[in-house]
Design a protein around this ligand. Structure first.
Ligand SMILES: *Cc1c(COP(=O)(O)O)cnc(C)c1O
Length: 359
């Protein structure tokens, strides 16, 4: 058996140790005689798994007690609707930063469900740099400011946390758990699991408890954060196996030294890869250095006609899923927590070798 280095943006690589443990526990979870997949979500065994996962996530991110941690479904995309439906109960609009494709999807959904005021957009520089704090023109009566911390497709990451009077709402799908964050600066953080948490099927919502009271009454129950908070995220059957696997990832992260330790490795991985790109005239990345994503590194080849041979040879070398998003073209290496530093080293060696042969 060989496990290759998988640079997919999501569903993404999981730590091998996590998959091995899941495999070991697959048929017979801790001598209970059944798989976690086959357990009632209300059984004491599953409740213990669920509670431990939440406690470990709270510990990893130092989530203050006045925040609820929700395990929901529908992905981050469902929360594009969840945000206005939960925060605009009395009508009104939200402020939005537009830093790329995921921001725009959130904006479009809010436009359907209340309103979105675009406070600043990176469109002026073709999404190569985040708007600076002085460029934000906030609508005075908007109920919150939404932004995407890391644009997974464009590879643009925010280099500051906006400071605003209204609650800050952040899509952290592709950067949560990659570094420490000060949760108390946020009203709401949400993140789809399949990038840096676990397998697909879960979206985690971290919400300050005072914001649970302003949902639109007509919102579907399964989108109401308060209903999830009041019912331990077990309003209906949750994605039990994805919840369990996410818990195994949290356990693994703690054993690695937590998010502080991950942040150091992640910074090293990203700086090596951008360094290799910048040192060559064969590869390039257009993003302003301060806004280069630590998690998703898009790059293009000077000669685009070599794209398919690059991808073919990479696959043979055990480097999978480097094809860039169709809207950007070229390549993208997603290097989340589970990507070992050796995977990035291997990619850089491959890129140098490919350049020597084809450059
Ligand atoms: C992947 C992604 C999403 C969408 O996630 P789904 O779980 O597929 O809905 C939203 N925002 C960001 C930043 C993402 O990376």
């Amino acid at each position: 058996m060989t496990r290759h280095f998988n640079f997919c943006s999501g569903p993404a690589m999981l730590p091998t140790a996590v998959l091995e443990r899941a495999q070991h526990e697959m048929l017979d979870y801790q001598s209970k005689g059944l798989s976690v997949m086959e357990m009632s979500h209300r059984s004491s065994d599953f409740m213990a798994i669920a509670e431990r996962a939440e406690a470990d996530l709270r510990e990893l991110l130092a989530v203050p007690d006045n925040y609820s941690v929700l395990f929901m479904q529908g992905g981050a995309t469902m929360q594009f609707a969840g945000v206005p439906l939960n925060l605009l109960g009395k009508g009104g609009t939200g402020n939005y930063l537009d830093t790329g494709i995921w921001s725009q999807k959130a904006i479009r959904e809010a436009e359907h469900l209340g309103g979105a005021h675009v406070a600043a957009s990176a469109s002026d520089n073709r999404y190569t740099a985040a708007p600076s704090p002085s460029e934000l023109s906030l609508s005075a009566n908007a109920a919150y400011l939404h932004y995407c911390e890391n644009e997974t497709i464009g590879g643009l990451q925010m280099d500051y946390t906006p400071e605003v009077e209204v609650p800050l709402v952040c899509d952290m799908s592709s950067s949560i758990l990659s570094k420490p964050i000060d949760i108390s600066r946020y009203g709401v953080i949400y993140a789809g699991a399949q990038k840096n948490i676990g397998p697909a099927g879960i979206v985690i919502v971290i919400v300050r408890n005072d914001l649970l009271e302003q949902a639109c009454p007509e919102a579907p129950t399964l989108l109401k954060w308060k209903a999830f908070a009041d019912n331990g995220s077990m309003l209906n059957t949750p994605a039990t196996y994805a919840w369990y696997l996410s818990g195994l990832v949290f356990d693994w992260l703690k054993a690695q030294g937590g998010v502080e330790a991950m942040a150091q490795v992640n910074a090293r991985k990203a700086s090596k890869l951008y360094g290799a790109i910048d040192a060559s005239s064969f590869y390039s990345n257009p993003i302003a250095p301060a806004n280069r994503s630590q998690m998703n590194v898009p790059f293009v080849l000077a000669d685009e006609s070599l794209n398919s041979v690059f991808l073919e040879k990479a696959e043979v070398a055990g480097l999978l899923n480097l094809k860039g998003h169709r809207s950007v073209g070229g390549m993208r290496a997603s290097i989340y927590n589970a990507m070992p530093e050796a995977g990035v080293d291997h990619l850089i060696d491959f890129m140098r070798d490919f350049e020597q042969r084809h450059g």
